[in-house]
Design a protein around this ligand. Structure first.
Ligand SMILES: *Cc1c(COP(=O)(O)O)cnc(C)c1O
Length: 357
């Protein structure tokens, strides 16, 4: 078992650049706590500070630390068109004076909404961004890196492999969090099917906290595969940090029950959860990751899987720019419409009443 200082020192062994505004705040949620019958707080990793923040910023401190150490001058990455990863990578590149080349997926969302949300921010942040057929993404990344090399650049390719550095970062987040709380929480809940949960789990284990880590994944991946992946990432991160500690499959609690039809396909429960947190605490979730995880948390409480009275910290992993790429889904779900009052002489509420609203 490690002290917080020892855990921080283990995290500090890796090369790192300064990108995130830390520590991120912990917000108590008295109104929603009352409504749900738990003691809820939110660790605001949506406020990591890099172009709308999110969990990638913490991880990029280590990823870009590695890239700079290897002498990279350009970054190549490719994910979904609404990728929070790509947007935070573009912002990190701007901060560090690197060129950012993105080959993202020409996916349904891009077809539906075009340049909006994260995709819009990629442009504003100065990234070069192309969309390619989804099945050719990996090859496109390699081709682009080859072309950049031929031009004399030293590209650093970001793909899924840096999940291990994300785990290192999130072990560090646990160290940060326990110093902010009077008492370890009963539950840490988050959106993750990979590195972030692996890191949180590792941090909890390293410190010997009596805390259960519950993850909700964003994709319909089989349970065994997710478990295996999280275990592998956590243990690789433990080795990198020089920790004599192993995570096993039984340590992993991750549910795919709240994904809906597919990655990025909104669910009604997710949109309800987003509205509820927004209207009780003024905090926004995203429709792809954190909103679905929060709908899972609410259902776990409803079912008693998370018992009444539990101290729960939800780690908010960010992603809110995607809200704007899902405007139509929110509008349809909530029945939002423009209410224009051309003649205000009778007042606003009276005019609405007269119009039968
Ligand atoms: C990327 C992302 C996650 C998942 O992170 P992992 O490290 O892959 O688990 C969760 N929430 C948001 C908002 C994200 O952008």
């Amino acid at each position: 078992m490690l002290t917080v200082a020892e855990l921080r020192a283990a995290v500090g062994r890796l090369p790192r650049v300064d990108l995130a505004v830390l520590p991120t705040p912990v917000h108590q949620c008295p109104n929603l706590s009352r409504e749900l019958g738990i003691r809820l707080a939110i660790k605001r990793d949506d406020l990591t500070g890099l172009a709308f923040g999110g969990n990638k910023t913490r991880k990029f401190e280590f990823v870009f630390g590695d890239a700079l150490r290897k002498g990279a001058d350009v970054i190549v990455a490719g994910f979904g068109s609404q990728s929070n990863f790509a947007r935070q990578a573009a912002a990190a590149c701007a901060r560090l004076g690197l060129k950012c080349y993105l080959v993202n997926r020409y996916d349904d969302r891009a077809r539906k909404v075009g340049i909006q949300g994260n995709y819009l921010l990629d442009f504003i942040l100065g990234a070069q961004v192309w969309l390619v057929p989804p099945e050719q993404l990996a090859e496109a990344r390699q081709k682009l890196a080859g072309e950049l090399r031929a031009m004399g650049h030293r590209p650093y390719i970001l793909n899924e492999t840096e999940a291990v550095l994300g785990a290192v970062a999130y072990a560090g987040c646990v160290a940060e969090l326990v110093e902010q709380l009077p008492q370890a929480p009963d539950y840490l809940v988050l959106a993750s099917g990979g590195g972030t949960q692996a890191g949180v789990l590792l941090g909890v284990k390293a410190l010997g906290l009596p805390t259960r880590v519950v993850g909700f994944r964003p994709s319909p991946v089989p349970d065994a595969a997710v478990r295996e992946q999280i275990v592998a990432i956590a243990n690789e991160a433990a080795s990198l940090m020089g920790l004599d500690l192993r995570v096993g499959p039984d340590d992993v609690e991750n549910s795919g029950d709240y994904v809906g039809e597919a990655y990025g396909a909104v669910t009604s429960a997710c949109l309800d959860a987003i509205e509820l947190l927004a209207r009780t605490e003024g905090i926004l979730l995203d429709p792809v990751y954190s909103g679905k995880a929060f709908s899972g948390l609410m259902d776990y409480v409803r079912q008693g899987i998370i018992p009444a009275g539990s101290r729960v910290v939800f780690i908010h992993t960010g992603g809110q720019p995607a809200i704007f790429a899902y405007a139509q889904e929110f509008i349809n779900h909530g029945g939002y419409r423009m209410r224009v009052v051309e003649d205000i002489s009778r007042g606003i509420l009276s005019a609405a009443q007269a119009a039968g609203e």
